[in-house]
Design a protein around this ligand. Sequence first.
Ligand code: GLN
Length: 438
Amino acid sequence: MNNSLLIKTLKQKLEKSETDAFLEIFDVGESRDTGELAGLAVAIKDNILYEGHHASAGSKILENYVAPYSSTVVERLLDAGAVIVGRTNMDEFAMGSSTENSAYKKTKNPHDLTRVPGGSSGGSAAAVAEGLVPLAFGTDTGGSVRQPAAFCGVVGFKPSYGAISRYGLIAMGSSLDQAGILTLSVKEARTAFNVVRGRDVRDSTSIDIDEEVAPVRTIGIPRNLIEREGIDSDVLENFNRAMDALASGGYTIQDVDIEHVEKSLAIYYVVMPAEVSSNLARYDGVRYGKSVATDTLFELYSKSRGEGFGDEVRRRIMLGTYVLSAGYSDAYYRKAQALRGVIRKGFDTAFETVDVIATPTTPTPAFKIGERTNDPLAMYLADIFTVPASITGLPAISIPSGTVEREGKALPLGLQFIAPYKKDLSLFTLGQDSEKII
Ligand code: GLN
């Protein structure tokens, strides 16, 4: 299939667009004219490899990096006839919740250009919300697909850990990273997931999920997680209204207690930086990307990394190195890993009485550009509801749940469902039903 018209139309739309969602539109050649996604324009986040195309992970250190091979996600999309039209903006190495940590540009929220689209897959979420593409891929390590989906009013899905191969994804935190899907509807997300999912011999952590799933009847609300200081009262009201609607729609809603779940964010900010510090050691100015010419090897390392990485990335490398260092790893890293297991057990126990867990996706609607850039802790809190599914490897979806008004603009909010491990498919059935009900 010849795709020149598709690209021409996209470029015309982009001329009118003010969100800065894309970093680059690719030169697209022929694509397959059969397959489930034949002729469908798909955008990929800048940390997903597509052979022969740039992938910079939003970082200066990979500014001119060209992918020498394609990720499994891209291969499976191409096999299904999809047309990969370009790469979208993101927080550097997927670290952030607003896309403001990109080394290249700031993406804006299509619902209010003075606000962030969320992050780190902010470019992918904005591109779908604006109608530039019907499908975009992101990655989700602690919420980076679900949180921008909520801020931009689209569907965001993160599978069970391993359900989508990580082969060819630029790594952030390997025990947490998953590719994720952004679309306008749950049905489209389901179709895309069926194309890319499943075991891949090139990623030993990849898995096949359960094909048979029982219908969802009971929805659990973890009150100890969601009713806390700092949660916007409009968000809680919106959530409670959605739960009432689901109850009227025939679902049983009940409170559940998931032991220690409220500590998830603290655990994440020990485990994730530890893995970041290890994964990003490969950017040494020798093997990949930016290399600064110097007289000594030490200077080569320090200048290439110093000039190549932005502040947030450096902060996390230092945090990670610290929590892994001799004398501290028992106190921090090991303790966090142990508690991670306890929380997973807590979820498993809760799933003995309820079929899925529901929370708001984010504690607030989209915040203003610049509002949190000098306050990393406030930025980290944006993921308070998404991180529990990440540290436990459970599948989760965010669906739009209406809007809240701020300064005359209607800002979207998201409703998150978390399912048992490998029960990803139940999220789509529930999600499609919820789209009609709430
Ligand atoms: N916002 C979170 C962070 O900064 C999650 C990022 C992600 O999922 N990639 O780590």
